[in-house]
Ligand binder design. Structure first.
Ligand SMILES: [Zn+2]
Length: 485
């Protein structure tokens, strides 16, 4: 498998440090608010990476932390008149709820920063002893950036260029504007822990250096996170860990791209901030997951309603095929002994293509393209009585059924009962288009009665009323069915 390593800026063959085992650390959320679609993307990307590595046979240990002490949590706690712990535990629970709905598995270890304070103090003390950090009169401890020669390697920044843009803020006693806080002295009313430098709390970056080293063995095989974390967070993690331990923090650095909304950066001030729970009022969780996996994890993704609806249509078609596959599977199959070389070759090409895409830097977008190709092939066979009798084609249908189980295991898609998914989707879309389902059902029943009484004029009038409501009616041998046009 090849992965794009942000550190080397190229795709490299992924070989874990210990054969058969993979250690993965990703930076989790700061628990002060509901998660947005950017968190959904990052969580889903690394969820798929873990699932795929396990599918390949690796024994994976996945650690994803929670930051439960931070300026933002303190601000929120003051605003809501709550303790920081209460704010953090509320939003950690909300994270789990949202991610469970999106089919994101829990990490093997989910450490909370405040459970590691003594180790953070010890790491700061080591850095001070080694000359990589210094305490100032206020009780803050800073990392001395210029003392660490590798600084800027991950983000590709030059230390003198960074220096030009950096300022020392009033009240800061830094030696150099580039230096960053390892330990922050407590202000009145803030949570604090005792330390050799007085009461205070850890800076954000030191948390990950401590939790990754405590829960995994250095160097980590993979360290991941969103692209926004490359600088300064990951750069600082590297500096702290490598200066203190003399060991490499991580061999592979993986970063997922940004999520934009209507081609704009998502931000609270622009009012285009999409929380997961708001989005899931309008779309099924699997549709959101399918949409996010429809782009390569490394590229930016533009979130628009149109794009989400396209993904929804695509997933709906796949589930319709899945339903037919399920129904066909229960029918006794008349067979002839022949095979179909053309379809067999096409099947092999698509099935192989799926694996190749996943091995090529986790290209889920291309992999989903191959899933579509295979579902299209299943449809072609299901639609053709001659092909359905063909033993070779029936074998292909069987293989596609097994592949769908693999896609569900790795991508987390197509795992629902197809009829239930399609019913849920109908309700969800009706809600989004303000369609009253009771009214539609009533009109459908009246139309059915009119048809049974051979009153076709009345039946047509009812169909026109349904059309005006945005409903498309189709008469099938099993009766009339409707869908949202
Ligand atoms: Zn981190």
């Amino acid at each position: 498998m090849y992965l794009y390593n942000s550190l080397s800026r190229k795709k490299e063959e992924f070989v874990p440090g210990t054969p058969g085992k993979v250690s993965l650390y990703t930076c989790g959320i700061t628990a002060y608010d509901y998660c947005h679609i950017g968190h959904a993307r990052s969580s889903i990307v690394f969820d798929v990476l873990v699932r795929y590595l396990r599918h390949l046979g690796y024994e994976v240990t996945f650690v994803r932390n929670f930051t439960d002490v931070d300026d933002k949590i303190i601000t929120r706690a003051k605003a809501d008149n709550l303790l920081c712990e209460a704010v953090a535990s509320r939003f950690i629970a909300a994270f789990h709820e949202d991610m469970d709905r999106l089919g994101v598995h829990r990490a093997d270890v989910e450490p909370k920063a405040t459970d590691y304070i003594p180790d953070m103090i010890a790491l700061c003390a080591t850095l001070v002893d080694k000359g990589f950090a210094y305490a100032v009169s206020s009780g803050d401890v800073y990392f001395r950036v210029r003392a660490f020669s590798g600084y800027g390697r991950l983000s590709g920044r030059n230390i003198d260029e960074m220096r030009a843009g950096a300022r020392i803020l009033p009240g800061e006693e830094k030696e150099d504007p580039l230096d960053f806080a390892l330990w922050k002295s407590a202000k009145p009313g803030e949570p604090f822990w005792d330390s050799p430098w007085g009461p205070g709390r850890p800076g954000w970056h030191i948390e990950c250096s401590v939790m990754s080293e405590r829960e995994l063995t250095l160097p980590l095989d993979i360290h991941g996170g969103g692209q926004d974390l490359v600088f300064p967070h990951h750069e600082n993690e590297i500096a702290q860990t490598e200066a203190a331990t003399g060991k490499t923090l991580a061999r592979f650095w993986l970063h997922n791209g940004f999520v934009q909304v209507n081609s704009q950066k998502m931000s609270k001030s622009l009012g285009n901030f999409k929380t997961i729970r708001d989005l899931l009022k309008r779309y099924l969780p699997e549709v959101v997951r399918f949409f996010l996996l429809g782009r390569h994890y490394h590229s930016p993704i533009d979130f628009t309603e149109e794009a989400l609806e396209d993904s929804e249509k695509n997933l709906k078609r796949m589930y319709e095929t899945l339903l037919l596959l399920q129904q066909e599977g229960t029918r006794p199959a008349p067979r002839d002994g022949s095979s179909h070389a053309g379809l067999r070759d096409e099947y092999e090409r698509l099935a192989c293509g799926w694996n190749n895409a996943m091995n090529d830097d986790l290209n889920t977008a291309a992999a989903i393209g191959h899933c579509n190709g295979l579902m299209h092939m299943a449809n072609k066979i299901l639609d053709d009585k001659a092909l359905l009798r063909n033993a070779g084609c029936r074998e292909i249908l069987e293989k596609i059924r097994s592949l769908i189980a693999v896609w569900n295991g790795v991508l987390g898609i197509l795992g629902n009962d197809p009829q239930k998914f399609l019913d849920d989707l109908k309700v969800c879309r009706a809600g989004r288009h303000s369609i009253n389902l009771t009214e539609v059902d009533g009109l459908m029943q009246k139309r059915q009665a009119a048809r049974a009484a051979r009153d076709f004029a009345a039946a047509d009038a009812l169909r026109r009323r349904l059309t005006l409501l945005g409903i498309e009616v189709r008469d099938t041998p099993e009766g009339a069915v409707w869908d949202i046009a």
